[in-house]
Design a protein around this ligand. Structure first.
Ligand code: ADP
Ligand code: MG
Length: 387
């Protein structure tokens, strides 16, 4: 490693982030709290992170002038969005430290490569087949049905996925997905869904957050609970070991989230990974002694990583745009935040998006308490207020 790459980038410097969504916004908040300046590259003038950053470069991800401006402004650069073209990260890396690397992000951007990486690490994933051609479609084994057909690239929040029971449905689904490269996964009997967030430093040190248990509705994360109420120590340890192994073998630098399924028989299989802070780690801001966003700052600047401690049991509720449209409403209505905030232990985070849409992530609410039961009680009350 060159001297420049091993040097710590201290507060006062500018940190750059590719992408201006809510993850970028919370990264910017963490960086600024520690005394860094920030620069965000995102074409949207109203992007959540752009609104709160010192500098906001408003160009597409692959714009030469935009990338040059970011490299000029920032001493180190990260990404908040996994679909930032890996080529843009590679270009930035010619002159600046970039974490995670374009190569690591490229693996996470492609479900086929991601699964091959899990298997290479000795970590189980769902039985699957790659479907890029009509021949591959015809050759699919019946064992994979019922299954879920997922586009290999660019899917998120359950988008780019079709559930299929029969061959006829599979053929129709592939046509519906425009015959792009897909992965067909066998539908597994899920007992629970969990995720592990790790941070890996330039020196190879890896730390992880306590396992998160995640509930999805319609393919979108709805609730995260920590400690994970239904997961044994043995299963947690398997997930931590797998996550460390996956991060190390990618030679990863930064925060990485790995989603796992816990099957009815207690086995865990890796589902997918995100090369960035993750929605299932938002509680770390209010319930841990160091957040996933601060660990991203530390990892990319070469500051020490510390093993995070959960100081409060918690639940995180995603606040989707649906909440702005209660039954009977003819226009967007702001939820009753005052009533929610009257409950002790509630921490409201809104992302500065003015237009609510169904399924759009507008914010989240973390509820902390002295015990898991108390956190759950308060979360139920908050959910009842929100409707
Ligand atoms: P996304 O990129 O949209 O998050 P995922 O692959 O994580 O896509 O799928 C979204 C959700 O769909 C998962 O969290 C899980 O609830 C369900 N799901 C995905 N794959 C399977 C599977 N093989 N078996 C059962 N449920 C699945
Ligand atoms: Mg997912």
């Amino acid at each position: 490693m060159s001297k420049a790459a091993s040097d710590v980038i201290l507060p006062g410097a500018t940190l750059g982030v590719m992408g201006g969504g809510q993850l970028g916004r919370m990264f910017v908040h963490a960086a600024q709290a520690m005394g860094y300046r920030t620069a965000v590259l995102d074409a949207d003038p109203t992007s959540p992170a752009g609104l709160v950053s010192h500098a906001h470069i408003q160009t597409p991800y692959l714009d030469e002038a935009g990338l040059a401006a970011l490299a000029r402004e920032a001493a180190a650069i990260t990404t908040e969005f996994e679909n930032v073209p890996a080529a843009a990260l590679d270009q930035l890396a010619r002159t600046r430290p970039v974490a995670p690397s374009g190569a690591a992000v490229a693996v996470c951007q492609d479900r086929a490569r991601e699964k091959a990486h899990f298997v290479g690490c000795g970590v189980d994933c769902a039985p699957h087949a790659i479907i890029a051609t009509a021949e591959q479609l015809a050759a699919v084994s019946d064992d994979l049905l019922p299954g879920i057909l997922k586009t290999a690239r660019l899917g998120y929040d359950g988008k780019g996925q079709v559930r299929v029971k029969t061959r006829a449905e599979l053929e129709a689904a592939w046509a519906e997905l425009q015959q792009v490269e897909c992965v067909l996964e066998k539908m597994l009997p899920l007992a629970y869904e969990v995720s592990v967030i790790v941070a890996r430093g330039r020196d190879g040190q890896v730390v992880h957050f306590p396992l998160q248990q995640n509930l999805h509705r319609d393919g979108i994360l709805a609730v995260t609970t920590v400690p994970a109420p239904n997961v044994t120590e043995a299963v947690s340890q398997q997930a931590y070991d797998a996550a460390h192994q996956i991060a190390a073998s990618l030679n990863y630098v930064g925060v990485l989230c790995i989603e796992f399924f816990v099957l009815a028989d207690g086995r865990i299989v890796a589902n997918e990974m995100a090369p960035r802070p993750h929605n299932s780690g938002h509680h770390t801001i209010d319930a841990c002694d160091v957040s996933q966003f601060e660990l991203q700052v530390r990892a990319m600047t070469g500051l020490p990583l510390v093993a995070p401690v959960l100081h409060s049991p918690c639940l995180m509720l995603n606040l989707l745009g649906d909440l702005w449209f209660p039954a009977g409403a003819t226009a967007q209505v702001e939820p009753d935040w005052a009533a929610v905030l009257a409950l002790s232990g509630t921490h409201l985070h809104l992302y500065g998006k003015t237009e609510a849409r169904k399924g759009r992530k507008m914010g989240h609410l973390t509820v902390t308490a002295a015990t898991p039961e108390a956190a759950r009680d308060t979360a139920l009350k908050a959910a009842a207020i929100l409707g």
